[in-house]
Design a binder for this molecule. Structure first.
Ligand code: FMN
Length: 209
């Protein structure tokens, strides 16, 4: 099976947010519009993601559509750190809408959604939701997953449903892979090394070559 073919499937880039006693959220690429009259969307969230655990309780979320203007740092914060132990909202621009935190800078617009059903999909949950509000924020171009990978040179963590392990190229140099984001470090790994993509310590790296 050539899993590399799955890279030819197209997606957009989004930030899903919600709140219980604190604001939480994460990057996703798996939003799909499902119906058009009674507008519904589906999103796919890893069971270990804290945002998913909170959405299961609150049954509400907002989705911001990421534009090409969005910084790699913001995507890394929402896509690699966990809201469980980190306040992702402390240094970013957002507003409270309908009692939900909505990321509003370098975003094309946002949706406010109510959960309709949750379907078990092994490691992930597929969440079907009714769209209550659609609000456009500007004319920026929406970022695609391909643009994120090829222009922003961004990676995806294992929790992303579309994560595909990179093929290693044979070389004489030793290579270490970050088990959180897939970043490859070439050469010996210093003990105090910090991943330049997701910020985790050297203990999260596995020697692959
Ligand atoms: C480009 C990109 C796409 C991602 N897509 C998804 C996705 O569709 N579903 C998902 O559950 N996680 C996805 N993730 C991973 C989550 O954003 C990540 O696991 C995050 O740290 C979860 O944070 P939380 O624990 O605060 O919810 C993606 C990450 C990146 C960088």
């Amino acid at each position: 099976m050539d899993k590399q073919l799955l890279k030819d499937i197209s997606y957009g880039m989004y930030i899903v947010t919600t709140k219980d006693d604190k604001n939480v959220g994460c990057v996703i690429n798996t939003l799909t519009q499902v119906t058009s009259n009674d507008i519904m969307v589906s999103i796919c969230l890893n069971k270990n993601n804290y945002t998913n655990q909170v959405i299961k309780k609150t049954k509400r979320f907002s989705v911001s559509i990421i534009s090409e203007e969005c910084s790699k740092e913001l995507i890394s914060t929402f896509g690699f750190k966990s809201s469980k132990d980190y306040d992702k909202f402390k240094e970013i621009s957002f507003e409270e809408i309908d009692n939900l935190p909505v990321v509003n800078k370098d975003m094309c617009g946002y949706l406010i959604c109510d959960v309709v059903s949750i379907t078990d999909a092994s490691s992930h949950d597929i969440i079907l939701a009714r769209v209550k509000t659609c609000h456009k924020l500007g004319e920026d171009t929406p970022m695609t997953y391909k643009y994120y990978q090829e222009v922003v040179k961004g990676k995806s963590p294992k929790n992303a449903p579309t994560y595909i392990e990179e093929k290693q190229t044979k070389t004489d140099e030793e290579q270490w892979v970050c088990e959180i984001c897939g970043y490859v470090h070439k050469g010996p790994l210093p003990k105090d090394f910090v991943c330049p993509v997701c910020g985790v310590a050297a203990s999260n790296f596995k020697k692959v070559l």
